[in-house]
Design a protein around this ligand. Structure first.
Ligand SMILES: NC(=O)c1ccc[n+]([C@@H]2O[C@H](COP(=O)([O-])OP(=O)(O)OC[C@H]3O[C@@H](n4cnc5c(N)ncnc54)[C@H](O)[C@@H]3O)[C@@H](O)[C@H]2O)c1
Length: 437
């Protein structure tokens, strides 16, 4: 590494940017953390984390060591040799790529850009974004030329929030550059912090790598959800079949049924790819079908909640366990739990939810707060729906006190009580109300 190259700036300190900032700080870099959200910066400045995966202590010690400075001042980007952009890339209301966060971050970065700096985009996006969107903005705002005055790379972030099995630095880092010098610079900085770095020939290949991974997940999750619906109709336990299929160590990768996909990646990234394909007059049939299957899960689950809750009362109540889209995260973006809450309300249910990590949500335009999971509440709800399998879910308590349960995550496997309706278990027809309630 060249002299003075041990200061990096991270733009966007969310689920991706904050862990990356701490990773660089932990490896001896001086890290400037920029975020447009004043609350996040204030929280970090007093040593408070806003992510379940990151403890306050980690933030406090990174700040007190002098290695991490959270701020909102883009002019300070000039202090860094490398600027890493980790801003959101969501869908617009019309389900099209919304690059506005990326464009704004690029404008601010471009204004502060100086000769010799490296800019790396980590946000997930469609192939072509780095060269067709990011680079032109940086050149326009700075008056500098890529490959000559400054460098640009793309390196998809492959972090999996909530996953304690893989540390960020152990996930191989795919790197690319707009020119061969850009690639060399990008590779050299990530080599400093990641165990393994994988070079690819262009930003388009690196962008596609991320979309490939997440489209593969969307297709397979949707496929296994369809298999669960099928097996429930056939009276076959899909979970048992998956365990048996897994014994073959080649040609099969296990995916598990659930309530559908959520988060900022799996429901979004394939749409970016589909949109880009459309620009070339192409279309992915797999993505289209998977989206359809995925979306149909909510009605399928709502139907099953109706089955579990068959009650003569005019008011039926549903208690949802888990608002987050997956275990051990507080992320509710595109969460199937929220979609199910809305659908159940539309069908006349009185809905409440409990999530130890999510204090409040907006459902059908109204704010709802997480309720305590008391025995009384469990026993008074017509149906308790397990949507998220957070570590520590009090499953014994739920099984003992609920009148009826719909389990979308297989956390009641091993319980033989017939008031449990477990998606994919083939036991749909055997469901009976809890005789003790
Ligand atoms: N969350 C994941 O599991 C995950 C995993 C891999 C990749 N990604 C990708 O990483 C990117 C970021 O995702 P995320 O989950 O971290 O999003 P996030 O919403 O948690 O964090 C993004 C942060 O960027 C900030 N921001 C927005 N515009 C800004 C600007 N102009 N300047 C400075 N800060 C700005 C926001 O305030 C926010 O704190 C997305 O492209 C996403 O697809 C996410």
């Amino acid at each position: 590494m060249e002299l003075g190259e041990r200061t990096v700036a991270i733009v966007g300190l969310g689920y991706v940017g904050l862990p990356i900032a701490l990773l660089f700080a932990g490896q001896g870099f001086t890290v400037l953390g920029l975020d447009a959200d004043r609350k996040k910066i204030s929280s970090l400045q007093i040593g408070r984390s806003y992510l379940p995966d990151i403890a306050d202590q980690q933030i406090a010690s990174a700040i007190s060591s002098g290695r991490f400075s959270p701020c909102m001042d883009y002019e300070r980007l000039g202090e860094a040799s490398a600027i890493i952009i980790c801003v959101p890339t969501p869908l617009s209301a019309g389900q099209l790529p919304d690059l506005s966060y990326l464009e704004n971050a690029a404008i601010e970065t471009g204004k502060a850009l100086s000769i010799g700096q490296l800019v790396v985009l980590e946000s997930s996006t469609y192939p072509g974004t780095t060269t067709e969107v990011l680079v032109p903005i940086l050149e326009r705002e700075s008056g500098l030329t890529v490959g000559k005055d400054f460098h640009v790379g793309y390196s998809p972030e492959r972090i999996d929030p909530g996953n304690k099995q893989f540390a960020v630095r152990d996930i191989p880092k795919v790197v690319s550059g707009v020119t061969s010098d850009c690639l060399r610079r990008t590779e050299s900085i990530y080599c400093e912090v990641f165990q393994s770095v994988v070079r690819v020939s262009s930003p388009e290949v690196a962008e596609m790598t991320k979309l490939l991974e997440n489209t593969y997940r969307l297709v397979n999750i949707s496929f296994i959800n369809e298999m669960a619906i099928l097996c429930d109709g056939l009276g076959i336990d899909l979970w048992e079949a998956i365990e048996a299929a897994k014994t073959k160590s080649f040609g099969y990768s296990a995916f598990y049924p659930g309530p559908g996909v959520g988060g900022h990646c799996i429901p979004v990234d394939p749409q970016y790819l589909q949109w880009r394909a459309g620009e070339f007059g192409l279309k992915s049939g797999f993505i289209e079908l998977s989206e359809r299957v995925n979306q149909s899960m909510i009605d399928y689950l709502a139907d099953r909640v109706e089955g579990v809750s068959e009650s003569n009362c005019s008011t039926r109540t549903a208690l949802i366990y888990g608002a987050a889209y997956k275990k051990d995260v507080d992320d509710i973006r595109e969460s199937p739990s929220i979609a199910l809450m809305e659908r159940l309300q539309d069908r006349g249910f009185i809905v409440s939810y409990h999530d130890p990590l999510v204090r409040e949500v907006w459902v059908n335009g109204k704010r709802m707060r997480s309720v305590a999971l008391t025995e009384e509440r469990l026993s008074q709800s017509d149906c308790v729906i397990i949507m998220t399998d957070h570590t520590g879910i009090p499953i014994d308590r739920i099984v003992s006190h609920a009148r009826g349960i719909l389990d979308t995550r297989n956390v009641t496997a091993g319980y033989s009580e017939r008031h449990i309706d477990r998606v994919g278990s083939g036991n749909f027809g055997n469901y009976r109300k809890n005789p003790h309630r």
